[in-house]
Design a protein around this ligand. Structure first.
Ligand code: GLU
Length: 477
């Protein structure tokens, strides 16, 4: 017996951005496929032409790309498959699994109203089901699926366990609308078959669609795929995740300074665990993650935990993993042109251990890359950059200027000598120096800062600091 290759798909509708819930579905499909050496297919479900946009497609692709979840095949677009869907409908009509329905909107509304008053479930009453209608060209009609009235659909859901739904619960769903366009359940079933999808992983909000799609498979004599319906993501208040909870575009997490590996790690742990382990590299997840090990309870989105995981990933990241994200953040802070990889790699050890996000890291190291006049934080300047500090600052600038080599030892000696000459403590001189070098009163160690900034920039900033004090003197005099 040959074992079939596992094939999964991620099938977003391009009607909005890729939010964190969608990203989680994509991640689970991707990881499960990696573990089982299968193929991960990306399908853009753009049959709703009114609501689908090119922009949303671009944002979905960008989001997947940023997360590092490249499809093995695709993106395929449902809008390119219309002829194929209609061909399948012709077969369903020919085999008696579908029928044309000419019921008017008014009639359907009246039926529904009637059902409402008698307390029945609103559904199509089967008026055209056995009518064997031949529609005249141009006559408005839809095509409906002839759902068996007896029996049930049963499947072993990979995540939810056995699910059974009685056929009596199902409507004769519309396959083709009156404008000739195929509906969601038809398109999904045809594509899942044509693309050889063996496991459909999607949110549990789709459970009610599954029996309808299985019916199409069966009517066509196709092998039915397996299904795994993931519990949905909820906010900490228990409500379904919404914008308010952080169900924003995944790209916003990029803007907020999260590493893609941290977002993936965090999302994978929502509903899945591997012993006590919390921190996973992507490679580990690709080895370990399996949807059949997912729990059934709703996962709760917790931003504090995401931040905590992000800190871990930042500390453990290689320069290659950090540099694009750090450069992205620096660009947002107006650093242009971007620093070189060598420049960034040289400063990483100083900032990597202490940042919870890349935004924070970029803010802390931004001073290194500013070429124009460095702005000072007002409070820090007022506190540390006073006229009394000018003579020592001027002497230090001169001593640094005279140094034959810009080494930590040489800088320390010159600094120490200035402290002694002016009878100052380390902090009394280091703080003003820090403000003129970095614009703020908090930075890495003063000698590390001087080393990272380099001779030219450091000397220039000391001169700027002195000029600043002179200007201040003039305005107060
Ligand atoms: N296009 C559907 C959605 O975005 C998903 C369909 C599916 O996974 O079967 O919700």
């Amino acid at each position: 017996m040959t074992t079939m290759t596992l094939r999964t798909r991620f099938a977003p509708s391009p009607t909005g951005f890729l939010h964190i819930g969608g990203a989680r579905t994509a991640l689970f499909c991707y990881l499960h496929t990696r573990r089982h050496q299968g193929a991960f297919v990306l399908r853009i479900e753009d049959t709703d032409t009114e609501r689908s946009t090119q922009e949303a497609v671009a944002v979905i692709l960008e989001g997947l790309n940023w997360l590092g979840l490249p499809p093995d095949e695709g993106p395929f677009f449902q809008s390119h498959h219309t002829a194929r869907y209609l061909e399948v409908v012709q077969t369903l009509l020919a085999t008696g699994h579908a029928y044309p329905c000419v019921c008017s909107r008014e009639r359907l509304d009246a039926v529904r109203e009637q059902q409402r008053t008698t307390g029945d479930k609103p559904r199509y009453d089967g008026h055209c089901r056995e009518a064997h209608l031949t529609v005249a060209p141009g006559q408005p009609h839809v095509i409906r699926f002839k759902t068996p009235q007896e029996g049930e659909i049963l499947w072993e859901d990979k995540i939810q366990g056995s699910i059974r739904i009685a056929n009596g619960e199902l409507d004769d769903l519309i396959l083709v609308r009156s404008d000739g366009s195929p509906t969601y359940n038809l398109a999904v079933a045809v594509d899942d078959h044509d693309m050889g999808i063996s496991l459909v992983i999607r949110g549990e909000d789709h459970i009610s669609n599954t029996p309808r799609q299985i019916h199409v498979f069966k009517a066509m004599g196709w092998a039915v795929p397996e299904y795994g319906h993931m519990p949905l993501l909820h906010g900490s208040d228990g409500a379904k995740l919404s914008k308010r909870h952080g169900a924003v575009s995944v790209l916003q997490y990029r803007e907020e300074g999260f590493l893609p590996s941290a977002v993936n790690n965090y999302l994978a742990r929502l509903g899945w665990s591997h012993g006590e382990q919390e921190i996973f590299t992507m490679a580990e997840l690709e080895q370990l993650f399996d949807v059949s090990a997912l729990g059934r309870s709703a996962a709760i989105f917790d931003r504090a935990k995401l931040l905590w995981i992000n800190g871990h990933h930042i500390r453990a990241a290689t320069p290659e993993q950090l540099l694009p994200e750090l450069a992205f953040q620096l660009a947002r802070l107006g650093i242009d042109p971007a620093p070189s990889s060598e420049q960034l790699a040289a400063i990483l050890p100083e900032f990597q251990p202490r940042a919870a996000t890349l935004v924070e890291m970029a803010q802390k190291c931004r001073f290194l890359f500013i070429d124009s006049v460095l702005p000072y934080e007002e409070k820090a300047a007022r506190k540390h950059l006073t006229p009394a500090t000018r003579p020592a600052l001027a002497a230090l600038a001169a001593a640094f200027q005279a140094l034959p080599a810009w080494t930590t030892t040489a800088l320390e000696e010159a600094f120490q000598a200035t402290l002694t000459a002016f009878g100052l403590t380390m902090g009394q001189l280091a703080q003003p120096v820090r403000v003129v070098l970095t614009g703020s009163g908090a930075s890495p160690g003063i000698f590390e800062t001087l080393g990272m900034l380099g001779r030219e920039k450091s000397l220039h900033r000391l001169q700027e600091g002195l000029a600043h004090l002179d200007r201040q003197e003039q305005t107060t005099a």
